[in-house]
Design a protein around this ligand. Structure first.
Ligand code: PLP
Length: 286
């Protein structure tokens, strides 16, 4: 099926949607993005994504392309037009283009480019990958220093994912100065003696929308949570581990650098958190 996508105020068949070759998103990765999941045809945590988008834009002095209400309407219309029951909505905003290439930002009256498209993913919640759990390798974190801004500079995370695939694993966790930062496209956690450990928020990691929700739900379920730096060796000795992201929710981790965690199947806390997250998120979806 040809998707209907959104580009700068227009709903178009994907084959007709166009962006300038001078767009700074294309030339300089001068762009930010969000990915919002859809369950039962409704948006999960739209508000969190809209707030983070605004923060990313502000941090980069980029203009807002539209209001939050307009953004919600575009998301909902794309879900309807593309008949999405379960899937993802990708949103990207770039600094636009003034028709040439220059390191200097274009003048402030240059219009940002805004693009949204849907990804239909039936079975997103009931995922076989989550039932099996993920195998992780560790790699050096050589990304830039503002990982709290959700930019489209995804070459290294993409290479990390390929390194994992080559090693027969599913994903990679990144390490800086001896401590785990996060996964290529998710936040990272381990569990030891019932306590959930994850890195605290800073410029070093993306402030995951799912992370925030899952930590709140863990605390509400009387689970113990500690936000601190941790090493990959601690994670390898853990009882269980998991990642969180808008596109995979809570994903159990069953192996790190070839070391099996527990009995090599998804751990009880990761499974429980996945259930709670899906349940609560469906109820709050809009
Ligand atoms: N960390 C990184 C580097 C990511 O790319 C992502 C998602 O794309 C996350 C964490 C998880 O964030 P969220 O829960 O908002 O999807």
């Amino acid at each position: 099926m040809t998707r209907t996508v959104y580009v700068n105020g227009e709903y178009l068949p994907e084959t007709e949607a166009k962006v300038s070759i001078f767009d700074r998103g294309f030339l300089m990765a001068d762009a930010v993005y969000e990915v919002t999941s859809v369950l039962d045809g409704k948006l999960i945590d739209f508000d969190g994504h809209a707030v983070r988008l605004k923060r990313s834009l502000d941090e980069l002095d980029m203009a807002e392309p539209c209001t939050k209400d307009e953004l919600l309407e575009i998301h909902r219309k794309l879900v309807d037009l593309n008949e999405i029951e379960e899937g993802l909505i990708y949103l990207q905003v770039t600094r636009g283009s003034d028709g040439d290439r220059d390191f200097v930002f274009p003048s402030s009256d240059t219009k940002p480019t805004i693009v949204l498209f849907t990804q239909n993913k039936p079975g997103l919640a009931d995922s076989p990958a989550a039932a099996k759990g993920a195998k992780i390798i560790s790699i050096e974190d050589i990304r830039w220093g503002r990982r709290d801004i959700k930019t489209v500079q995804l070459l290294y995370p993409s290479m990390g994912k390929m390194m994992a695939k080559k090693a027969g694993a599913d994903d990679a966790w990144m390490i800086e100065d001896g401590y785990v930062t996060e996964g290529t496209s998710n936040n990272a956690y381990f569990v030891k003696n019932g306590k959930i450990v994850t890195r605290p928020l800073s410029n070093d990691i993306l402030h995951g929308i799912t992370r925030k929700a899952v930590l709140r739900m863990a605390q509400e379920a009387q689970m113990e949570v500690e936000e601190r730096l941790f090493t990959i060796d601690e994670a390898k000795e853990a009882d269980e581990a998991f990642t969180t992201s808008a596109s995979a929710f809570v994903m159990p981790v069953v192996e790190i650098d070839g070391v099996q965690l527990g009995d090599g199947t998804p751990g009880p806390i990761a499974k429980r958190l996945r259930e709670i997250y899906l349940d609560e998120s469906r109820k709050a979806a809009i």
